[in-house]
Design a protein around this ligand. Structure first.
Ligand code: PLP
Length: 406
């Protein structure tokens, strides 16, 4: 047998596998499994009829551009409609600042390729989204964690950590944040902190990567719209690179997301993208473009909020009923996740191992921490399973956590 490890480059050897995708293999193999692991949207929410109609129309003729290569930046009419989506979120920008990406995950990868040198410090929250951790680590960044409060990142800790790392001779250029219903905590960054972060980034000469897949999925209708305003909307000094996606609001299978960046950086991201995939899929972009033009997003949005609010309520009620005295979690006012604190002394890996025996899967808390902690938490995703499976999953969790302490 050939040993292929000797063919691997240092980068190839160090590639960082996502803990959540690894769970996906378990999910695919097990029958009668309840999965609270991946943050998948509910397939019942996909706009099936719109997509079928649009795809039929696009494929009924012989317009070569539907299946042809296109510009790396993206299909221009889609970029133009995205300017409108952004404006509804308070962000006024122009075509030279926007690029389509293959999901926002590709935006994270392009940012890493263009902005990170090996050994650079990237500041992330404790805890932080695993997909971003993987993308940054693959470029050999050193990830340094900053603590979070109930209303998002702790600014005193942020400044102290940045200062400490710079004094130690490190290059600190990037801060990664998910301000709206963070993955995994569900936290909403307060408006006051958003303003102060923009000032901080200018003062400290740092760029902020603002990753916003969940902003439209708020549960508290009256208050949330103004509270989810992206930092990019008030970014006077060009400090924010903004990422968003159609994955959670239309469907993730299209792999269509976008990034907004200062023009000089957008041009670099485009050049990096040329060697990655030349462009995002034409048919995907055309379908998404038509869907946006036909008003599918605003038509779907209220139903999505109601759907996920309902599922959050089902999961919270079941957890309170079955395990209210043993578990605690912060209120999730939007998004897909509950961030659950385990009973005193319990360990996330041990609880997961026992859960898998009961055909239940979720993501261990420590997967989201870059400092080796987080073993006292788990992330439960309520977005994909139907309500009765959420209840069944919580019953299984209760069976594991109730009888003996782990
Ligand atoms: C915070 C965050 N960023 C990025 C992504 C990736 O989204 P996309 O499907 O657009 O690549 C996800 C998906 O779960 C996410 O939670």
């Amino acid at each position: 047998m050939t040993d292929y490890s000797r063919f691997l480059s240092p980068t190839g050897r160090q590639l960082h596998e996502s803990a959540i995708r690894r769970m996906g293999t378990v999910v695919a193999r097990t029958t009668d499994l309840v999965s609270f692991a991946a943050g998948y949207p509910d397939p019942a929410s996909f706009p099936w009829d719109d997509v079928r109609e649009i795809a039929n129309e696009l494929l009924s003729g012989r317009d070569g551009s539907v299946l042809q290569y296109g510009p790396t930046r993206g299909y221009t009419p889609l970029l133009e409609t995205i300017l409108g989506v952004l404006e509804a979120r308070g962000i006024r920008t122009t075509l030279e600042n926007v690029a389509i990406t293959s999901g926002s995950q590709q935006g994270l990868d392009l940012i890493s390729r263009v902005l990170i040198s090996p050994g650079d410090v990237v500041l992330v929250e404790l805890p932080a989204y695993t997909g971003a951790i993987s993308a940054f680590k693959n470029m050999q960044a050193q990830l340094v964690g900053v603590t979070q409060d109930i209303d998002g990142i702790n600014l005193e800790d942020l400044d102290a950590v940045c200062d400490r790392e710079r004094r130690a001779g490190k290059r600190v250029n990037l801060l990664y944040l998910v301000p709206n219903f963070q993955n995994p905590t569900g936290a909403l960054l307060s408006l006051e902190k958003r303003v102060r972060l923009l000032e901080w980034a200018e003062r400290r000469d740092v760029l902020i990567v603002e990753d916003d897949p969940y902003g439209a999925l708020y549960f508290d209708d009256a208050a949330s719209e103004p509270e989810t305003r992206p930092m990019r909307a008030d970014d006077r000094h060009g400090r924010v690179i903004y990422l968003s996606t159609f994955s959670k609001t239309l469907a993730p299978g299209f792999r269509v997301g976008w990034m907004v960046a200062p023009a000089a950086l957008a041009e670099r991201f485009e050049t990096a993208k040329q060697s990655v995939d030349l462009m995002t899929g034409s048919l995907d972009q055309r379908i998404i473009h038509e869907a946006v033009v036909r008003g599918v997003l605003p038509r779907l949005a209220p139903g999505l909020r109601e759907l996920y609010r309902g599922k959050r309520d089902v999961m919270e009620a079941a957890l309170r009923r079955e395990l209210g005295d043993r578990l605690s979690w912060p209120v999730a006012r939007g998004g897909f996740f509950l961030w659950v604190k385990l009973p005193e002394g319990a360990d996330d890996n041990t609880v997961l191992a026992r859960a898998l025996e009961q055909r239940l899967v979720f993501v261990i808390g420590s997967a989201f921490y870059v400092d080796g902690t987080g073993h006292d938490r788990i992330r439960l995703s309520f977005s994909a399973p139907p309500p009765e499976r959420i209840e069944e999953g919580v019953r299984r969790l209760a069976g594991i956590l109730k009888p003996v302490s782990v």
